[in-house]
Design a protein around this ligand. Structure first.
Ligand SMILES: [Zn+2]
Length: 437
């Protein structure tokens, strides 16, 4: 580059100072420091003001009073809560060229995840052993969201009129596919089965036993030949999950409005109850009395798909906000959206902010005001608090920044080029970084 004589202006001085700061940043302890937030990390029993230092995509330090000059980039998050990236264990992400939930009824993960603080989504049985490789290649491998999957016990997953073909419920093939992709596949799904037999549940459980993985069940049509009570007290193993906890078909409340005792027995056995809100599976008239009697969920999940996303469900934070406004404390709401689901899917490296864990982080604001929350029958619960995702960090990089809290004001930057640094920032498009002078 040709050396030119330049007149030093305040802008140049600022740029020079910026250059020195950047130069000094090499070899620093952290790429990104989230400073001053209230950290909620249920696994580690932390609910207090802490700074979170991130280096090379991992949590490097969590402590009070970490010096800002130890980081390449420091962000003031003192008005917010800092939590592990949210984990949504019930989603439908096999969007593309197939039919039903292997096509137009599913959504793309990155379209919905980061804007609601979610860094891990688990597809819940959209694919089975026949089409999982296609799902992996077309969706999972290209997503910035961490996408995991429950494999449908039906080989073709949720294609067409799904999940009724008992001859396609192949235990060995399902277990083999799961075992050969055990970094992605977390268990098996039995869903929407209409018939009178237990075969769908039983085959999913057999595959789960064979692959040493949990099973998640949508019970389909509730029939007297296979009572729900038997599902949760006899058929499911400890660690298996029933999703759609507040579905109207679940025999939950007796005539006097009391939660039926078998549900507590099932929970004592170790059966997990998950929200799975969806387009048809969440009623306040069940959830509110059940919560008051101690029958809240073990995990909060959305059942995200094209008909739940614009209906009562909306997104992960909206579902979590419902529980907040039903009286669940914030720390517990975070536990049920981070550490509990991580344990349920046996990915205990996720859902926490331990040193060395993947730096998947949500920075959340609790907005106060007058809000309304709707259930799947269209009834409203009024509330005064709502969770909003200010910042989402995935593998150490900012992937969502609602109000630009990581950015500088444009009118103080002169003739600016691409901002940020690829060591902490994934929100400025790559082509902006090669803008011609
Ligand atoms: Zn579902």
């Amino acid at each position: 580059m040709a050396v030119r004589s330049i007149k030093i202006t305040p802008t140049h001085a600022r740029r020079a100072a910026l250059f020195l700061l950047t130069a000094a940043a090499f070899g620093q302890d952290f790429d990104l420091l989230l400073k001053g937030g209230h950290v909620i990390d249920p696994k580690n029993g932390i609910s207090a003001a802490r700074d979170v230092g991130i280096k090379d995509g991992k949590i490097a330090e969590v402590a009070a009073g970490i010096a800002a000059n130890r980081a390449l980039k420091t962000v003031d998050v003192s008005a917010f809560y800092v939590t592990p990236g949210l984990i949504d264990i019930h989603t439908h992400l096999y969007a593309g060229t197939g039919t039903a939930y292997t096509g137009p009824s599913s959504v793309r993960p990155d379209d919905h995840s980061f804007r609601s603080g979610v860094t891990t989504m688990v597809d819940c049985g959209s694919s089975g052993w026949r089409n999982f490789p296609d799902f992996k290649e077309r969706i999972i491998d290209g997503a910035r969201t961490r996408v995991l999957a429950f494999l449908n016990i039906v080989g073709s997953g949720m294609a067409g009129t799904p999940e009724q073909n008992i001859y396609d419920m192949d235990v060995k093939s399902a277990a083999a596919m799961a075992t050969s992709h055990k970094d992605i596949i977390v268990g098996f799904k039995s869903a929407h089965y209409m018939g009178p037999e237990w075969i769908s549940v039983e085959h999913a459980v057999e595959a789960g036993t064979m692959a040493n993985m949990p099973v998640i069940v949508d019970f389909g049509k509730f029939r007297p030949e296979r009572p729900f009570e038997d599902l949760v007290t006899k058929k499911l193993r400890p660690g298996d999950i029933y999703t759609h906890q507040y579905l109207v078909s679940v025999p939950m409340l007796d005539e006097k409005g009391k939660v039926r005792p078998y549900l507590f027995e099932a929970r004592k056995r170790g059966v997990i109850f998950d929200v799975g809100h969806g387009g048809g599976s969440f009623l306040f008239r069940l959830a509110v009395p059940a919560m008051k009697q101690g029958f809240g969920p073990d995990s909060i999940s959305t059942d995200l798909h094209i008909t739940s996303m614009n209906g009562a469900m909306k997104d992960m934070l909206n579902v979590m906000s419902k529980f907040l406004n039903m009286g669940m404390p914030l720390d517990e709401t975070i536990l049920k959206s981070t550490w509990n689901p991580a344990k349920e899917i046996k990915h205990e490296e996720l859902g926490n902010l331990s040193v060395g864990a993947p730096a998947d982080v949500a920075v959340l604001r609790v907005e106060k005001g007058n809000f309304g929350f709707v259930d799947v029958s269209g009834a409203r619960l009024r509330g005064n608090q709502k969770l909003v995702a200010e910042l989402t960090v995935r593998a150490g990089k900012v992937v969502w920044d609602l109000n630009g809290i990581t950015r500088e004001d444009w009118d103080k930057l002169g003739n600016y080029g691409a901002q940020g640094d690829t060591r902490w920032d994934a929100t400025v498009a790559g082509e902006m970084r090669v803008r011609p002078k």
